[in-house]
Structure formats: C-alpha cells, structure tokens
Design a protein around this ligand. Sequence first.
Ligand SMILES: Nc1nc2c(c(=O)[nH]1)N[C@H]1C(S)=C(S)[C@@H](COP(=O)(O)OP(=O)(O)OC[C@H]3O[C@@H](n4cnc5c(N)ncnc54)[C@H](O)[C@@H]3O)O[C@H]1N2
Ligand code: MOO
Length: 387
Amino acid sequence: MKDYHFSAVLPQHARACIQEILRNYLVLKEEEISLYDAKNRFVAENYKAIHTSPSADVAAMDGYAVMAEETFDAYDTNPKYIENFKTVQTGESVENFNTVIPFEDVQVEDGKIKIFQSYYPRQNVRSQGEDIKEGEMIIKKGEILTFFDKVYLKAGGWLCVRVYKMPKVAFVPTGDELVDKIEEVGQLVEFNSVIFSELLSQYGFEITIFRPVANNLNVLKETLKKLIDEFDIVFVNAGSSKGDKDLTHEAIQSLGKVTVHGIAIKPGKPTVIGEINGKLVMGLPGFPVSMFFVLKEIFLRAFFDAYLLNPKEKSYFAVVERRIGSDVGAEEYIRVHVENKDGKNHARVLKRGASAISSLKRADGYIIVPVNVDVVEEGSLVEVKMI
Ligand SMILES: Nc1nc2c(c(=O)[nH]1)N[C@H]1C(S)=C(S)[C@@H](COP(=O)(O)OP(=O)(O)OC[C@H]3O[C@@H](n4cnc5c(N)ncnc54)[C@H](O)[C@@H]3O)O[C@H]1N2
Ligand code: MOO
C-alpha cells in the first residue's frame, strides 16, 4: 500500500542537505564581462577604486576661480576689483585658487572682475576625492551588483567586472491539467514557471523552462535522465506531496536518492530534495505561493550561504495590526500589506492560503514566524522582508 504519511525536517536541516549536495559537485565558474551587461550578477572579486573622483579640486560652477581671502572686504555698497583670477568651466581644476565666483555675479571691466560680495573658501568648489578615493572599497567579493554599485565602479575606474557564472537550471512543470490557454473545463494555466523565472533571474541564474510533463512515472524519469546531464540543477514542479499522482519522490528515488521529503514550513511542506548522478534535483510544491517560499527561503538561502553570496535583500520594520496565530512545528511565511500611518509602518496580514497568487500580488512583503512560536501579539514590532 502507498505510504501517505508525511514527516518533515526543520528548514535549517533542509538547507544543510541542499548545501551538502551542491558542495560535492558545483563550483561556480567566473567570467569577465562589461559593466553594462552585468545585470543581477554577483562579483567574484573585491573591487577598490583605481582613481580618485574628482581627481583635483574642481569648479562646481562656470565662473572665475579666485582666492576667497581677496574677496572678504567686498559688499554691495563697496564693490571690489580682482585682478588675480582664472576663468573656469564646471568640472575644471581650480589649480591654485580656492573659490569660484559664478559668471553672473560679476561685471568684467578692463580685464578685471568687479565683485559685490565676499566669498568663503571652497565656495562652489568640489574637493579632490569628495566622491571616491583611490583604494576605497567599492564592492566586496560575493555581493550582488546594484544600480549604483555599477555607477560607482565605472567612476572608480572599472569598465569590466569579474562575476560568477550562475548555474544552468531547468524548470519542469508536471500535471495533465496544465496548459498555456484554457480550452476545456478542468484545465489550469501553467504560470508557476513565471514565478520561477522572475525570481531566479533576479540573481542571474541561467534558466530554461520546459513544457509541462504528463503525470506518468516513465515519462518523468526519462525527462529527468536527459536533463540531469545538461543542467546543473533540475527543479520538478508539482507532484511533490503524497497523492496517488504525485510522482516526483518516486522518480528521483528510482534514479538516485531522496534526502528530504517534507520540510517544517508553511506553506511549502511537500518539498523533495534529492540527487541524481550527484546533482541536486528538487521537487517543488505545485501551489504557487508554496513554490515561491520554498525557492526563496529554502533553496536560495541555502545557495547564497553555500557560495558566500550576498543578495543585499531589503527589509523594514512594522507593527503588527492584529494578533497572528501560527502553527507550532512549522516556520510560517505570512504575507503582509504595509501601510504608513502616523509615521509608523503597520503590517496587515493578507490571505494565507497557498493556492492564491493574489496574496503575493498584493503583498509588500512577508514576516517569518519561527517554528516554535504560536502567537505574534498585536502591536509587536516585526521584520518585513520585501518581496
Ligand atoms: N494528502 C495530502 N494532500 C496534500 C498535502 C498533504 O500533505 N497531504 N499537501 C497539500 C499542500 S500543503 C500542497 S502545497 C499541495 C502541493 O502538492 P503537490 O506538489 O503534489 O502539487 P499538486 O497537487 O500536483 O498541485 C497543486 C496545485 O497546484 C497547481 N499547479 C501545479 N503546477 C502548476 C503550475 N506549473 N502552474 C500553475 N499551477 C500549478 C495544480 O494544478 C494544483 O491545483 O498539495 C496539497 N495536498
Ligand atoms: O505546503 Mo502547502 O504549501 O502548506 O500549502
């Protein structure tokens, strides 16, 4: 008789299993690419600024570079003529002067400039190294390149950057009911591939999405056998729990080894972690919200830790609007809408069902309720991880 019983390991154990499999075969390669192509990539080296910016004290306005001290006794009823000056454009070195008077503030008479006020030293001057100093750390090995990291790298003298080549991953949806467009009652649109692709492309994974595979053990096994040679990691979606048509566990077990079936998380419990020919194969739950959290909180966290990568994820703090109950025995991921009222962030819990993507669409983020916590009291301050 089929075993319908479901056990579950702690999330940290599941992550450790993923890391152990990965460490045995997957070394991240590196490549050097143009900064302009380095979208969502992790750098493979420390980067320090090669030059200082600005490289000298420069004018912040078009005008006349002068010594501020020569202007101190000038005011509107006591204008003063200055002979010692240099005409400068914005960004040009002020050389031996320390202040810039904008063109529009002076009158030029007989090769001298007539000024009507005093100026303080360094007025309208950008100091050497004000933005970037030679040798300053711009980005550390393992960090993801953000928008302004790249601007900073270019300003600091780098045109190309060494980044990690992320693994080639395959996404295989399973289920007879899945189609791209509904033509018959009972069919469902396959959209989990969009979640997979959007999420993993944020971190530069090389993603291939396959057409849905039928609920047939032999077909699934043949598919996995083929893909495991070509890809670094294979993800099978749906069929990961213990229904009669849930074949992921059996397919992986018969071709390799299953190390985890069931993780103490909610949603996302029916997850399979295994290996075929030494490579990681994961069975992700079919419900979209469950799949999202398994990828984000189990797979990606394990992956980033294994390769010392820092995705620079953002979170903020909010006050819980109403008491939240949670199951003891499962780490729970609760979607929240966050609103700022009277200068304070308030988190309101959204629908908790794992089948409805509307809760993810409306969510600003989610909070993590640890395995051993059953209540988060109203008014508690919680960390909201951004989606
Ligand atoms: N007897 C039990 N039944 C279920 C359990 C359990 O513990 N015992 N767990 C429930 C939980 S929790 C989840 S989560 C789901 C996930 O299980 P499966 O991975 O086996 O997923 P399926 O049943 O095959 O599919 C669930 C649902 O998701 C739809 N789906 C699947 N793939 C896609 C896709 N690519 N795009 C869009 N939607 C997809 C599928 O049509 C189903 O409606 O199991 C519970 N059952
Ligand atoms: O794991 Mo299921 O994902 O609880 O809905």
